[in-house]
Design a protein around this ligand. Structure first.
Ligand code: IFM
Length: 440
């Protein structure tokens, strides 16, 4: 048995997102978001579920923070619902919305849990979507004003600001594949949205720094390394091409100041309008980058392989392959000049049940996390500067188009009673945090 210690100040946490947990979709002056509109549209979400109630975190945040304490979390990553604080996206402020985040942050600080705040985890105010959403450059400026509002209210207690969570999912799953809000399938819209998301990131980062000089500002990217199916030269070059086409659309402008050639190939005539100065703003220095890692793409000369013989798959249909995480971290660390890294999401959906003993035994999730912690530790030994780890997710929650059917939590949610039950993986994670080590 080997013991792997983590650095003494390693930041162990868990992550969530407003629409996935808060509920209270139309309470206390909150405006409608694109996810409210999308989930209320018949046929968009599995079983017709919505995030109207979700985990009811809006009313139960104190209970959730008590659970975070029980796990010993050092940090909590959450997002603000933009239309809760600015019902129309700009202009009129909703004081009750701001008060909620004020109470949440106060309670986290009182529990000695460091808040990591994400400004945008997918729930654009519907009013802005009605004006073109992310295809409208005005939305990027509205986002920076929203960032300023949040810093003014919370900047005395929140130091760590993430502009966007997974901008590629926002741009492409929402505007090209149509499986997420706003449910569009239009390449021109998607590529322009991608650019305006990056622009909004740049504008907001500059705004946050001006208002709060000691802020740590970053962005969170989801990356699926593309790996060859076999040792053949054909598969190797197919995997390289796949990575360059699909995975670096955001990495390159953020950390090299230009769009990759693969983006031009993919977008063709749909490449966005980019104005002078945009790329410099987008590539400004960051304090951290968050990486969300779940799985990899296995590629051969014919394209992406559906299933790898002998591999384990989660309920999302995602292959479990922890060593790919170490390889990804080492690769991006070599190819880009990155700021310190946080693993801002990692976790697995499995179909958990409450057993006769009242507990939730989830050995597969526990093992998944252990393997990924280990591979991250090995990447750190390889020289990658990883400062912390946020498990996705604190509780089971509303998994977007899958509704409540996919369970990622360290804590199980009974969606009828909203009772929370810490799973075995949660108890195990508490021990990892307490001892700051894992054993294989
Ligand atoms: O639930 C999502 C989260 O909102 C963003 N990253 C991936 C998770 C699992 O699909």
């Amino acid at each position: 048995m080997n013991i792997y210690k983590f650095p003494h100040n390693f930041l162990w946490g868990a992550a969530s997102a407003a629409y996935q947990i808060e509920g209270a979709w139309n309470e206390d002056g909150k405006g409608e978001s694109i996810w409210d509109r999308f989930s209320h549209t018949p046929g968009k979400i599995s079983d017709g579920q919505t995030g109207d109630v979700a985990c009811d975190h809006y009313h139960r945040y104190e209970e959730d923070i008590a659970l975070m304490r029980r796990l010993g979390l050092k940090a909590y990553r959450f997002s603000v619902s933009w239309p809760r604080v600015l019902p129309l996206g700009r202009g009129r402020v909703n004081p009750q919305g701001l008060d909620f985040y004020d109470r949440l942050v106060d309670a986290l600080c009182a529990a000695n849990i460091e808040p990591y705040l994400t400004l945008y985890h997918w729930d654009l105010p519907q009013a802005l979507q009605d004006e073109g959403g992310w295809t409208n450059r005005v939305t990027s400026h509205a986002f920076a004003d929203y960032a300023a509002l949040m810093v003014k209210r919370l900047g005395d207690r929140v130091r760590n600001w993430t502009t966007f969570n997974e901008p590629s999912v926002v741009a492409f799953n929402g505007n090209l594949f149509g499986e997420h809000a706003p449910g569009l399938q239009d390449p021109k819209t998607a590529y322009q949205a991608a650019h305006h998301l990056l622009l909004a990131h740049g504008l907001a980062a500059r705004t946050i720094r001006a208002a709060q000089p000691d802020a740590n500002v970053g962005i969170v990217l989801n990356l699926w390394p593309a790996e060859p199916e076999t040792d053949s030269a054909e598969d190797a070059s197919a995997a390289k091409a796949y990575w360059e086409k699909y995975e670096i659309h955001f990495l390159e402008p953020l950390f090299k100041g230009h769009y990759p050639l693969g983006a031009y190939e993919m977008a063709g005539e749909n490449m966005p309008v980019v104005k002078d100065g945009d790329l410099a703003l987008i590539a400004q220095k960051l304090d951290f980058v968050g990486i969300n890692f779940y799985s990899r793409s296995v590629v051969n000369a014919q394209g992406r392989v559906d299933s790898v013989p002998g591999s384990e798959y989660t309920e999302m249909g995602w292959e479990v392959c922890a060593p790919a995480m170490r390889r990804l971290l080492v690769k991006i660390n070599q190819e880009y000049k990155l700021p310190p890294i946080y693993i801002t999401e990692n976790g697995a959906a499995f179909a958990d049940e409450v057993s006769a003993d009242g507990k939730v035994h989830d050995p597969r999730r526990l093992d998944y996390l252990k393997q990924h912690f280990l591979q991250t530790r090995l990447a750190m030994q390889d020289g990658v500067d990883v400062r912390g780890y946020f498990v996705w997710s604190l509780t089971d929650n509303f998994e977007w188009a899958h509704g409540n059917t996919k369970r990622f939590g360290l804590i199980r949610m009974d969606y009828d009673t909203l009772q929370r039950t810490v799973k075995d993986s949660g108890e195990w994670y508490a021990e990892v945090i307490r001892t700051n080590q894992i054993q294989d």
